[in-house]
Design a protein around this ligand. Structure first.
Ligand code: ADP
Ligand code: MG
Length: 325
């Protein structure tokens, strides 16, 4: 398990009769932004809370930064910064003073570090305003500043995109890249696929307490790719005849396609050339060929919509700080 900042094996956690993790195996490479993607209720927050020692798993193992981790192993957590539920800020103190209060709970932090992290999260100009005047997104960014203040090797961010606007997400991506460029590792959870696509370079998809897919984003995009080929209308039947027996998944042209000539072939994108060649060998020449990734279809096929919440709910419908998320 070398080169892994986080590794879990067979992690199980139940709340009474309610299973939250059902044998979760995860591998977070050092220096990556790992997107932990799953619908609401899949077990993301539960995992994060186990990783910072707030919860004890019922079974399984956790390794953090190359060493076994047990709850109560507090010193190990100095190397870990986290934003799990939004911290309860003091509304009448400034953002900067709140940060100083939170920093005082950890290892010694010089004042220059406080100003540095406020700069990182884009709050320098509002650092002296009271937190009660902050928007949701600004509070979220202050939460990230709290997680960063001790300069941790490993950063855990649970749904950090909540409350951030698109520009805030882009700024966060830059911040996370800046951190990983220094060899740090970031685990970021989300139930929103486009957010993970924007932020992460390695993705783990979690469904009902199990990791159902894991790998570099590029690879998942490749696996979920399909190829569209365009052929003469009178060749459509022949193409289907040529490709179908080989186990290639095929979608005939849609009724909505006025040309009736685009066929969708579900193969990985690296097979596009092979499909083209096979058809050419049989004297069928395609007049168009394009590859499209459909991570959303892959995500939907791997995950379950739970009766409560599920992936349809807007992020702001989640229970807020204090309760579980
Ligand atoms: N404190 C709790 N008591 C009872 N059930 C809980 C508690 N926290 C979470 N759960 C349940 O555990 C499962 C996983 O929840 P959670 O880890 O919060 O998922 P996610 O963060 O992916 O939305 C869900 O079914 C949830 O209802
Ligand atoms: Mg959660």
């Amino acid at each position: 398990m070398d080169g892994l900042a986080i590794a879990t094996r067979g992690l199980v956690k139940r709340y009474g009769a309610q299973p939250a993790l059902q044998g979760l195996d995860m591998n977070v490479p050092t220096g990556a932004v790992y997107g932990f993607l799953g619908p609401n209720g899949a077990g993301k927050t539960t995992l994060m809370r186990i990783l910072v020692g707030l919860l004890r798993p019922d079974a399984g193992e956790v390794r953090l930064l190359g060493e076994p981790f047990h709850r109560g192993d507090r010193r190990r957590l100095f190397g870990v910064g986290s934003l799990i539920e939004q911290p309860a800020f003091y509304p009448y103190l400034s953002g900067r003073d709140n940060l100083r209060v939170f920093a005082a709970a950890g290892p010694y932090t010089p004042t220059t570090r406080i100003d540095e992290v406020l700069e990182y999260v884009g709050l320098r100009d509002r650092a002296r305003s009271k937190v009660k005047t902050y928007s949701l997104g600004m509070k979220q960014r202050l939460g990230i500043a709290v997680a960063l203040v001790s300069d941790p090797q490993l950063l855990l961010l649970d749904e950090p995109g909540n409350g951030l606007d698109p520009a805030g997400i882009v700024a966060m991506r830059e911040l996370l890249r800046f951190l990983t460029a220094q060899g740090k590792t970031v685990l970021v959870s989300s139930h929103i696929l486009p957010e993970v696509q924007q932020l992460a370079d390695v993705v783990g998809i979690v469904d009902r307490g199990r990791l159902v897919r894991e790998g570099p984003l590029e690879r998942l995009l490749g696996e979920s790719a399909h190829v569209r080929i365009r052929v003469d209308a009178d060749e459509v039947a022949r193409v289907i005849e040529l490709l179908a027996p080989r186990g290639t998944e095929l979608e005939p042209p849609m009724a909505g396609d006025p040309s009736h000539r685009w066929l969708v072939v579900r193969v990985t994108s690296d097979h596009a050339a092979a499909v083209n060649q096979r058809l050419a060998e049989q004297g069928v020449f395609v007049s168009g060929l394009e590859t499209k990734s459909d991570l959303e279809a892959l995500f939907l096929s791997l995950t379950t919509t739970l009766p409560t919440g599920g992936r349809v709910g807007p992020p702001w419908a989640e229970p807020s700080a204090g309760g579980r998320i």
